[in-house]
Design a protein around this ligand. Structure first.
Ligand code: NSS
Length: 430
């Protein structure tokens, strides 16, 4: 007898098959047991009728608890009234392990409790659907770059220097010296872009964020393309194509999961290039026009980003920020050096910044000056400044935060549900 996954039962109507899974829910009425079984790919109702199975099998159903593991054999029947459209008429049932009383019962629980039970919480339909969508987002992003000739380059995790400011560095002993967990693979991608043209890294990044917000993790995943011979405009073009491609891919491939989490997909359907672009100057003006007192030179907070994004249906680029509030490597605007050729992409619906990027400084003198101004240790950056000594070219890149993208595409209130095992300022368990 074939073992089939629940997601494939439609192809086996009328056949006797085997399903290996867990009990999600159970009810009984006299001579019948109704089991909702899940196997990771979906849910199906299994009907155990007293007359159709052995006495031992029927009695065994009495002891089945939530999340008990089992193997069931039965005939697949199409039934429009059944959740999912199919049922299993059970012929044999073999419990593997009777689960202890399950902490994550089907009633509502508080979020702290669920976070402590994250290893079990993952089994619920909503969390499993989010993880499948996360998978689709990641595979969509990788296909996007692979199909455009980008080479995947893995950046190191243990690094001698900072990329995004020294205040959020995690440090660790490295034999007789100190190493930092990578905040971004960017600096290494710049080296790789000079070797291979168009490259990207995709990996975990770490920031000791001391703020408890719904947008910040201390460990998050980032995809970071870097391109030689590309300027700020070319960089933004690639971003709008990437984001549109990824959203459309999820809408095509994960309709059912989006339904499970009750995502209103109305606005996602329209995510197509080109995206609006406004300068930082225009953004400041826009905030002040909308009743937010905002001074030129400050960085936007979450609330400011929401107000800006609300003015548009699509994600919006904010470009040319003041150099002072951006990282040391941002290329100054040749016409107005107090601003730089950076661009952030703000997602709609209050999700804030999902991408940060820009054109990089490509001349030796400027990069040396910026390293000094930021009080960074010059020795640790010798290799990086070498890139401006040997055949420097204009180049650009960006970083897309995977969890921010998942939060937006899934419409989640908090970033903690976007990653299997979130790491937050006050949480490193489980
Ligand atoms: O700091 S960024 O804006 N930019 C960089 O790290 C560049 N070095 C990327 C590059 O050009 N290669 O972070 C990029 C994105 C940001 O837009 C968020 O989507 C995400 O990374 N991000 C985070 N996600 C979750 N939690 C935290 N703490 C976080 N910080 C940034």
């Amino acid at each position: 007898m074939h073992t089939v996954s629940i997601s494939h039962v439609a192809q086996h109507v009328g056949e006797e098959v085997k399903i290996k899974g867990w009990v999600y829910n159970k009810r009984s009425s006299g001579s019948l047991f109704f089991l909702i079984i899940r196997d990771g790919t979906g849910f199906i109702q299994a009907i155990v009728a007293k007359d159709e199975v052995s006495d031992k099998d029927f009695q065994g159903c009495d002891g089945l608890t939530q999340e008990s593991s089992l193997v069931v054999c039965g005939v697949i029947k199409a039934d429009k009234r059944a959740p999912g459209g199919y049922e299993l008429l059970v012929t044999r049932i073999r419990p593997l392990q009777i689960a202890e009383e399950y902490p994550v019962s089907l009633k509502k629980h508080g979020v702290d409790f669920l976070m402590d039970q994250r290893h079990l919480w993952l089994r619920t339909p909503r969390q499993a659907a989010i993880l499948r969508i996360r998978h689709e987002i990641i595979s969509g992003i990788r296909d996007f770059f692979d199909n455009r000739g980008f080479i995947l380059i893995d950046a190191p995790i243990l690094t001698p220097s900072s990329c995004e400011g020294t205040t959020t560095l995690f440090s660790t002993d490295y034999f007789d010296s100190t190493a930092y967990l990578s905040q971004s693979g960017q600096l290494y991608m710049e080296a790789a872009a000079m070797a291979l043209g168009k490259v990207y890294c995709f990996g975990p990044t770490f920031r000791a964020e001391k703020s408890k917000t719904r947008r910040h993790l201390t460990e998050f995943w980032m995809v970071e393309p870097e391109m030689a011979w590309v300027d700020l405009d070319g960089n933004m073009e690639l971003q709008e194509e990437l984001v549109s491609h990824t959203v459309q891919r999820v809408l095509e491939e994960r309709k059912k999961d989006l339904e499970t989490i009750q995502r209103d997909i109305g606005r996602l359907k329209d995510i197509k290039p080109p995206f609006p672009r406004i300068s930082y100057d225009e953004a400041v003006e826009c905030l002040n026009k909308n009743g937010v007192q905002f001074e030129w030179g400050n960085d936007f907070g979450g609330g400011d980003e929401t107000v800006l994004a609300e003015q548009f249906e699509l994600p919006v680029f904010v470009h040319r920020y003041p150099s002072n509030i951006k990282a040391f490597y941002m290329k100054p605007d040749p016409v107005r050096p107090e601003i730089c050729l950076s661009a952030d992409l703000l997602a709609p619906e209050g999700y804030g910044e999902i991408i940060g990027g820009g054109q990089r400084i490509d001349d030796l003198e400027t990069i040396m000056r910026r390293i000094k101004e930021h009080s960074l240790p010059e020795e640790a950056y010798t290799w990086y400044t070498d890139l401006r000594r040997y055949g420097s070219v204009p180049h650009s890149g960006f970083g897309l935060g995977i969890e921010r993208a998942v939060a937006w595409i899934c419409g989640l209130d908090h970033i903690r549900e976007t990653i299997p095992f979130p790491r937050l300022m006050n949480r490193i368990y489980p």
